[in-house]
Design a protein around this ligand. Sequence first.
Ligand code: OOG
Ligand code: MG
Length: 254
Amino acid sequence: MSFIQKFAERVDTAAISATSIPQITQEQDFGVDEAYAIQAASIDRRVQRGDPIVGIKMGFTSRAKMVQMGVSDLIWGRLTRSMIVEDGGFTEMSRYIHPRAEPEIAFLLRKPLSGVVTPLQALDAVGGVACAIELIDSRYENFKFSLADVVADNASSSGFVVGTWREPGTDLSNIGMVMNVDGRPVGYGSSAAILGDPVRALVSAARVAGEAGLSLEPGMVVMAGAATAAIALEAGQHVRLEASGLGFCEFRIR
Ligand code: OOG
Ligand code: MG
């Protein structure tokens, strides 16, 4: 078995059993290309189990996230159906190791999107925009990783909540975002923190997906990355994101 398959199985098992593992790059050194191959192989195992890809997520698209995690390269991961958490619904703490929540912007595609595109071409493929919360849950002990580790681990992604879809024409360049836990504001930001304008994350998503031979299809979701640092979650909490002009989205973790 190649080390790609070996580590793909390892991160997949860690994810489904919600059990942390040591950083895999401490066992064997590998580069970012191999890390994406591990990610692809681990998500392929999910797809084989009947859990299809429903979109992709961008990571480290804001300074706040780069500083929080000490990684400064843009990364991406795959979203699968089982990761969807219903807006206003529940998710179970037992599914996660040490989950964190992030305020994000999501795009819903109405046309295929892949390769090098301009912001206008990217927006033409968008059927709706919404505020969203990503649940990240690094499979590595203490949420510590190198760039190759986190890429192999599907960019820490483990769930996402999307608010009501709005008209694609909505200006996303400066959406005020407030994260609330149990009714108390715990984080403030602006969508401007996401590469200056989240549409740039969509342009990047088209490019990286194209390079990986993945075509983003109508109906798929693209998550632009967090506008602020992530917030650590505890069982029993109610998490709600309010985004000016985009409404809100929320969930409970029990
Ligand atoms: C990696 C995922 C980063 C974002 O929105 O920047 C990310 C991590 O912080 O564990 O999802
Ligand atoms: Mg994120």
